[in-house]
Design a protein. Structure first.
Length: 143
């Protein structure tokens, strides 16, 4: 669900469901803990979660194959900035099977580096309105 000007990915959700896929929404169950993902489809009841972001009221918890994470800022190495909770990094680091991690944001959010910390987990790609940035650990931040 979009939050604070993030891209609205509900049309992507519809495309995934129409193609036979399943969608899950992230749920904060505890501060400083990994997110859980609950299955969701249109028509299922949502309730306000942390920061009033709509979350599934119930539903099976799943381990996703693909995680789509919003980006407030991103660099060419795939590191992202969110809204400061560290939930997505903590979650990605907790998975035994590392899902494909894709960031979604706007071109204007590109920065030379976010100065990643040891616990930060890079995205494999960043999608913006102008295309897909395949990230690489070999990128050179602008001086």
């Amino acid at each position: 669900m979009p939050f604070r000007g993030e891209p609205d990915l509900r049309p992507l959700t519809q495309t995934v469901l129409e193609g036979g896929g399943r969608c899950a929404l992230p749920v904060v169950v505890e501060k400083k803990a990994p997110l859980v993902f609950r299955l969701w489809q249109p028509g299922r009841r949502l309730v306000p979660g942390v920061w009033n972001i709509p979350i599934p009221a119930d539903g099976d918890e799943v381990s996703p194959d693909i995680v789509v994470a919003p980006v407030v800022g991103f660099d060419c190495a795939g590191y992202r900035l969110g809204y400061g909770g560290g939930f997505f990094d903590r979650t990605l680091a907790s998975f035994l099977h590392h899902p494909l991690a894709v960031g979604v944001g706007y071109d204007v959010a590109a920065i030379s580096t976010i100065y990643p910390l040891p616990h930060d987990v890079p995205m494999e790609a960043i999608v913006t309105e102008s295309g897909i940035l395949r990230t690489t650990s070999e990128c050179k931040p602008e001086e």
